[in-house]
Design a protein around this ligand. Structure first.
Ligand code: C2O
Length: 553
């Protein structure tokens, strides 16, 4: 492959949205950030230079990082953050992957403004397993706060309550015409008639899964999380933070000058306030050359913009139907290598809980407590050094322990009335597994503070989603229905609201790998944990030594 060099200069930039101007942290003064385009097999070198007051760290979401965990990016997990005035070169090779991914800051809530597409084209000469698109268009969703998102989360953590919701959702950084003072900030996609467009949809929003639809058009889903799927048509897609979805959009035969709205708004369950507002962009048909507009020409120009119909805020039934349609291609060229036997079974409860308020503190969480979130009752605390470094240099003492519980503290009825054993302990515990362990994890939503869908993201691996269901997972009955033939392969999956999901992966990547809810507020509350995958025997099964410029804490 080719070697590609990038410079990411982290700088402040004044940006105006919703008639509100503020200084935000950007890459190269661009918002959203620059697009990385590479091919499968390419070697990537990105020099990140921190010229702002915040500590910085960038994650290449979905990139396997085989043997190169040092370049993965989550702050205090694989690296200490890049401090003001310092720089770090992220150095990795893209192996066995092609499709749409994205990069984002992985420290505090800086992802709110530091994100951009990461597009991996197939190897030269290799083709897509679907019709060649006329054009490819990345559409990256985000959230905009008029306030400083860093202040929003620190205020929430101090008060123990929920953070203020964002003021708008955005499409390529633009909120669109349905928000006040925002019509000029609308993403427009100009299309020709009778063409196929590949839309690379990315959800970089902090806290909301989104439904997305285009008025009068059908979308064909062909890929999720940079893995091809069996194509299927739908009017609406569901995309969680951390997920990417490629769809084909076939334009109609003639709609000169016609415009259609493309809209996204949240899918949300559980407690709390949700911003149920809508981001909209415009799909506009170009006027074909040699077209003379007469009274008989079909033109929708003066008609009101056509709007798509999106599912209701908590339409779990749509969400379930949609996710059930996602299947691996499982072809000769793109096989689904689902682990058939399992070496280690894990059962993880994921969900929100509460912790008692400290003395002399007034907490704004439920009943005067403060919000907390956990996996198997452990609310994961980040250390003040990096876990990967402590592991590699055998300095785990006082940093982490290797006793992450493989099942919850006290099993209970997860989806019934709230149990009384909801104790959440804070700790830095990891699961340690040998190289090439075949892992199955069943993740169960606890519903303690109301059922909620949690998009769980695993670093360093793709996994197969072999099963999902509602209510309590039953280890005696449910595994019989697992799909081991063509389950979808991805890096972020929604644990169904009031239900469970089962995933399998082969631990063939040595290092320390973060797993967390990609709803940023849940991560902040502790819904996160980490795996240590030990080195294998062969040289290509070992974590490489750290680069010389690895930041220090
Ligand atoms: Cu996209 Cu750990 O995150």
């Amino acid at each position: 492959g080719t070697t590609r060099h990038y410079h990411f200069d982290i700088t402040y930039k004044n940006v105006t949205r919703l008639c509100h101007t503020k200084s935000i942290v950007t890459v190269n003064a661009q918002f959203p950030g620059p697009r990385i385009v590479a091919r499968e097999g390419d070697h990537i070198l990105i020099k990140v230079i921190n010229n702002v007051q915040n500590n910085i760290s960038i994650h290449w979401h979905g990139i396997r990082q085989l043997q190169t965990g040092w370049a993965d990016g989550p702050a205090y997990v694989t690296q200490c953050p890049i401090q003001t005035g310092q720089s770090y070169v992220y150095n990795y090779t893209i192996t066995g992957q092609r499709g749409t991914l994205f990069w984002h800051a992985h420290i505090s809530w800086l992802r709110s403004t530091l994100y951009g597409p990461l597009i991996i084209l197939p190897k030269k000469g290799a083709r897509y397993p679907f019709a060649k698109p006329h054009k490819e268009v990345p559409i990256i969703f985000g959230e905009w706060w008029n306030a400083d998102p860093e202040a929003v989360i620190s205020q929430a953590l101090q008060s123990g309550g929920g953070p203020n919701v964002s003021d708008a959702y955005t499409m390529n950084g633009l909120p669109g015409p349905l928000y006040n003072c925002s019509a000029k900030d609308t993403f427009k996609l100009k299309v020709k008639a009778r063409k196929i467009y590949l839309l690379r949809l990315i959800n970089a929003a902090l806290n909301d899964q989104l439904f997305f639809s285009i008025a009068n058009h059908t979308l064909t889903v062909v890929e999720v999380d940079a893995v091809y799927v069996k194509p299927f048509s739908t009017n609406t897609i569901l995309i969680a933070p951390g997920q990417t979805t490629n769809v084909l959009l076939k334009t109609k035969s003639h709609y000169p000058n016609a415009t259609f709205l493309m809209m996204a708004r949240p899918y949300a369950t559980g407690l709390g306030t949700f911003d149920n507002s809508t981001v909209a962009g415009v799909l506009e048909y170009k006027t074909p050359p040699n077209t003379h507009r007469s009274n008989s020409t079909v033109s929708l120009k003066n008609l009101p913009l056509l709007k798509p119909v999106l599912p209701a805020l908590s339409d779990t039934s749509f969400a379930t139907k949609f996710t059930n349609k996602l299947r691996s291609l499982a072809s000769a060229e793109f096989p689904a290598n689902v682990p058939k036997k399992v070496d280690r079974h894990f059962f993880f409860t994921v969900g929100l809980g509460t912790n008692p308020c400290e003395k002399n503190q007034t907490c704004q969480g439920p009943n005067g407590t403060k919000f907390s979130a956990s996996v198997n009752n452990v609310s994961f605390a980040l250390p003040d050094t990096a876990l990967l470094q402590s592991y590699f240099f055998r300095q785990s003492n006082g940093v982490y322990t290797a006793d992450f519980p493989t099942s919850p503290l006290n099993p209970f009825n997860y989806t019934g009335a709230p149990p009384n054993n909801t104790i959440v302990n804070s700790g830095t515990k990891m699961v340690v597994i040998p190289y090439n362990t075949s892992v199955e994890v069943v993740m169960q939503d606890t519903s303690i503070l109301g059922a909620e869908n949690h998009p769980l993201h695993l670093h360093g691996f793709n996994f197969f989603v072999v099963g999902q269901g509602f209510g309590n997972f039953d280890p005696k009955i449910d595994p019989a229905n697992f799909n081991l033939l063509d389950p979808v392969e991805r890096n972020t999956v929604g644990v169904p609201s009031g239900g469970w999901v089962a995933i399998r992966f082969l631990a063939d990547n040595p290092g320390v790998w973060f797993m967390h809810c990609h709803l940023e507020v849940h991560t902040s509350w502790g819904l996160r944990m980490a795996w240590v995958v030990l080195d294998g025997k062969l040289t290509n099964q070992k974590l490489l030594p750290p680069p010389f410029d690895l930041p220090k804490c």
